[in-house]
Design a protein around this ligand. Structure first.
Ligand SMILES: [Zn+2]
Length: 192
């Protein structure tokens, strides 16, 4: 049976994260090399887009994690864990994260997707290649990015000069794109 059908059966034809029936797709949970049942989640287009571009995550959408984090499926729990982590500046999310229980193996899988970053730990901002970033550096975008709250896409290859590091979160930098100050995830840039 094709994977999509197996997942649809497991998820009752609904997004395993938010329960939506719209535009369902297979999400292979990184670092899965290939999409297999145990390492995949059936997700809707909204969930998938926000998982892949966490800087666009709309906290309200993710209240659904309150339910889905109790899934029996490890892959679902891993995605819940990572999204709660992404949103943990939201008090409700930090609270859920504390309640979410993962066994050791699943927890280490979940952690892999966080690029080894505990967001509260001090450390360096690094680009997609692991090179250290500093205030004032020039970076290049390595993919097209939808800019939150603005009606444009920051194009892959765009040069961002004089970046500012987010002192609170080493996954974020700020810089000007199209004349607007925007927040960019460090994993989508490389130092010029
Ligand atoms: Zn969804």
């Amino acid at each position: 049976m094709p994977l999509f059908e197996e997942l649809s059966e497991r998820g009752d034809g609904l997004c395993e994260l938010c329960g939506s029936a719209k535009q369902l797709d297979v999400y292979a949970v990184p670092p899965a090399e290939e999409a297999v049942l145990d390492r995949s989640v059936l997700v809707c287009a909204t969930c998938k887009m926000q998982i892949e571009q966490p800087e666009l995550a709309d906290p309200k959408h993710w209240y659904c994690l309150k339910e889905s984090m109790w899934s029996e499926v490890d892959a679902v729990k891993v995605v819940c864990y990572r999204m709660l982590h992404t949103l943990k500046s939201e008090p409700w999310s930090a609270e859920l994260l504390e309640m979410l229980y993962l066994d050791e193996e699943t927890l280490s899988w979940a952690g892999e997707g966080l690029q080894g970053a505990d967001l509260n730990e001090p450390g360096d901002h690094v680009d997609s290649n692991g090179n250290k970033l500093e205030n004032g550096d020039t970076v290049v975008l390595i993919k097209d990015l939808q800019v939150k709250g603005a009606n444009f896409v920051a194009k892959r290859g765009a040069v961002v000069k004089s970046i500012l590091l987010d002192p609170e979160n080493k996954e974020y930098i700020e810089g000007k794109v199209n004349g607007q100050q925007v927040v960019i995830l460090t994993k989508f840039v490389k130092r010029a």
